[in-house]
Design a protein around this ligand. Structure first.
Ligand code: ADP
Ligand code: MG
Length: 248
């Protein structure tokens, strides 16, 4: 089965003279258990696709199907968030400053109706490579990488099938980026997760994904296997430019 099917997706913001057509005619599918990348320069519409899926970009037409069911409008049911979770770029902004790690994870487990919370929290922490001593810390007592691990633990709490990852390492020090990417790779292998990952960084997508779509100005200019990236044989000149610019 396909985890995600996107067909002829248009997404826009604003109306009349203020209207911005952020995504036009996007089409791609992500089979279950695979990792698909969206790459392209800033403002090309990558995050908007993830936002349309999660209901954060309400104006869209076309087709979005998750595990075979078509989404309608912008309201997502609780059952959607049981299957699909998002990890954002900035773990500083995505964690509430006055909530301890324990509160964040306990509340999320509670919302998903998962029992045995006291035992689950340390397990979730260890799943993302954090020891039990992190449980009662606050965001300001964590490094950027540790915060992103907590954000990933929160996303995993309801045991989703699909993670939408929006530049999950772009806000982190270079030395920490690889650790987080490796954690994400291991989690996907262990759990058979499906990833839809956004990055402006072609090498990151090349490392993490089996297949990718190259976006420019709201449109997908090329969809290809990551193999084609490695053998440097993309067909679209814009993709060749991106490769040249990233010294891949
Ligand atoms: P990317 O993630 O590729 O950097 P985005 O998807 O964030 O790009 O943005 C695509 C386009 O949509 C940009 O022109 C951006 O300015 C515009 N855009 C994004 N969010 C909004 C919004 N809430 N209101 C108006 N325009 C927006
Ligand atoms: Mg973005």
């Amino acid at each position: 089965m396909n985890a995600i099917e996107i067909e002829g997706l248009d997404v826009w913001f604003g109306e009349g003279a203020d209207r911005v057509d952020a995504v036009r005619g996007a089409t791609f599918t992500v089979p279950e258990g695979r990792s698909f990348g969206l790459v392209g320069e800033s403002g090309s519409g990558k995050s908007t696709i993830l936002r349309a899926i999660t209901g954060l970009a309400p104006n869209w037409t076309g087709r979005i199907a998750i595990e075979g069911s078509d989404l309608v409008g912008a309201k997502r049911q609780r059952s959607f968030f049981k299957r699909v979770q998002m990890v954002f770029q900035d773990p500083y902004a995505s964690l509430h400053p006055r909530h301890s790690v324990d509160q964040v994870l306990s509340e999320t487990l509670h919302l998903h109706g998962i029992p045995d919370i006291d035992r689950r929290v340390p397990k979730l922490l260890s799943d993302v490579g954090l020891g039990p001593r992190f449980r009662f810390r606050y965001p300001h007592q964590l490094s950027g990488g540790q915060r992103q691990r907590v954000a990933i633990a929160r996303a995993l709490a309801g045991e989703p099938d699909i993670l939408l990852l929006d530049e999950p390492t772009s806000a982190l020090d270079v030395s920490v980026q690889a650790e987080i990417l490796n954690l994400l790779t291991d989690l996907r292998a262990e759990r058979g997760l499906t990833y839809l990952m956004v990055s402006h960084d072609l090498p990151v997508i090349g490392h993490m994904c089996d297949k990718l779509a190259v976006m420019r100005g709201g449109e997908i200019v090329e969809v290809m296997d990551v193999e084609r990236l490695r053998t440097m044989t993309p067909s679209h000149p814009y993709t060749q430019e991106l490769i040249a610019a990233s010294a891949l």
